[in-house]
Design a protein around this ligand. Sequence first.
Ligand code: IVH
Length: 679
Amino acid sequence: MPIADKRARERIEELRRLINYHNYRYHVLDAQIISDYEYDQLLRELQQLENKYPEMISPDSPTQRVGGEPVERFVRVAHPAPILSLGNAFNAGEVNAWFDRICKLNPRVKDAKFVVEPKLDGLTVVLQYENGLFTLGATRGDGEFGEDITANLRTIRALPLRIPVNENGIDVLGRIVIRGEAIIFRDDFVAMNDSLEAQGKRPYVNPRNAASGALRQLDPKLTASRPISLICYAIISADGGVPRKQWDALHYLKKLGFPTAKDISLCQDVRQAISAAEAMVPKRDTLPYEVDGMVIKLNDLNLADELGVAGKDPRGAIALKFPAQVVTTVLEDIGINVGRTGILTPYAILQPVEVAGVTVRKATLHNFDYIADKDIRIGDRVMVKRAGDVIPYVIGPVMEARSGMEQLFRVPDRCPSCGEALERIPSEVGIYCVNSACPSQLIRNLEHFASRTAMDIEGLGIKVAEMMVSGDLIHDVADLYYLCIEDLLKLEGFAEKRASNLIQAIEDSKNQPLARLINALGIRGVGEAVAADLAHHYGDLDTLQIARIGELEQIEGIGPNIATTIVDWFAQPRNQYALNKLYKAGVWPAETVSSIKEANRPLEGMTFVISGTLPGLSRDEAKEWIENHGGKVTGSVSRRTTYLLFGESPGSKLQKARDYGVPLIDLDTLKNLASGEDK
Ligand code: IVH
């Protein structure tokens, strides 16, 4: 093993400093200045150096977040001080009553200031640092003892492994213990569930359960694979001096390198505090994380300590809970959707009910196992939760309200749409209808085939797809290319003009590039990105359809599951029949492998979002250009977006990008970036 020379040691130190700095900019300041791609490059270089010189690995190196070996059980640890709970208020009156109570206990409260913070809905964690090094992280447990989840917590990128993260003159000597909440941002949650579902795995019910589940299981590698983040809000104890005002404490935490909440305010009196808390109610759904209320805290922490605790609740703080987003109503029936891939998903048909200003009639039941696990029965009074833009879901039955008349739900053994037998794929939670001629599937397949990111056939949406299938015009997607105007005239709402437009649009779609056709076929797990990779790799459908599993797995981003699905899909006689018809109709594009694509993919690994009108380029052209240079384009801004490409009159995505600290670039900068001039 070579021993690191001075140069290697210095580079390792520099990389760690850079990585920690950019980590801090991203997670604490919310002001990213390099792309995720560049960040990953730094991390990769450090990883390579540490592989080469293992003696240089240290526990606080940013490479140590990948997750170590699984543990057998969690060790119980005593907290250095009680980890208290929090009293609740449900309206302004109750906050005022609390204020009056504590005024009577201590007259200084009358002139006190307050800090108002979001009450995050996650898993409480207690983080211990010795001389700046993260040494122990625990769950809250019963407030006196928690579980040691250090190995899992180390994988969280937002958690500083050493404080302060920058040389900023602060010394953290001895021990300091911080309290925070491990959470999953809404965007990350949606992306995580999408990807779990694409792999045939069970999605999580809500961000809180996902964060808590991933931290309270024994394999740190699994924790590392989940997008868990952290927000800190209190110093539990410290050997050195720390601020004694909550407002200053939050800023001090931020300076040390801990992420803190953005939506905090310092209020001059309780009236202001109540207004600040209530002002968040309408904004609740726009926050990047789930909150269930606002916490109102005395700013003066000495005063708060003097007031002491009532039971487990400190007297110096109170939570003003938001109006319930959970309500109960009657589950009238359970419906079943048949998706494009044939997956059956149950949904609840509810007696209409208002949840935070929105009438809810349907809610998801996730999957059939969920119905069984929660023992949900038709006729039950059920709890329903609506959380921001996430679709409402049924939490479970109110057992006390059972009359005995409720009916058990029977998992169907035949497809509700075509009546064919169903299949349960081992290792997956879903039940599938594997009849690719199933009308429900065919309708959704057709809709997907014609969609904007697939063959982009204008005028062919779900309604027209439904009419085509029920009118017996179409038995698989290839039949589209054999339709004539007379066929379409039989459909409701179709006259000469509309019919000929649609026929023309179908005809035009024959020129779509291979990647779009592959995406359009609707193979489970093969979306836009995988389709582009396959097109790039194979060049035409003749080669792709004889690809073997092992060979497909060599392509980055394709695992054994997707590889198998692809091979199975092409092996199905029904699909072969349709492919043959596509071929005969002249729908058989081949990738023109341009020299750019082969040699040079400068945007590889970068994800772009486009907002506004670009000079001289349509949005689709820009997308294609980016893809040809190795980049990806997605529809909405998330923390994973590398750059926002903006043009004339950009929309709300621009603000969202700013909020997330995603760098903004114009078309010229993009072109420079691709030609390497910007680096
Ligand atoms: S302060 C000494 N601040 O809510 C006061 N708690 O229902 C103790 N929580 O388990 C708590 N966000 O972990 C405080 N900004 C925040 C919070 C917060 C979430 C959690 C807390 C506790 C629960 C109480």
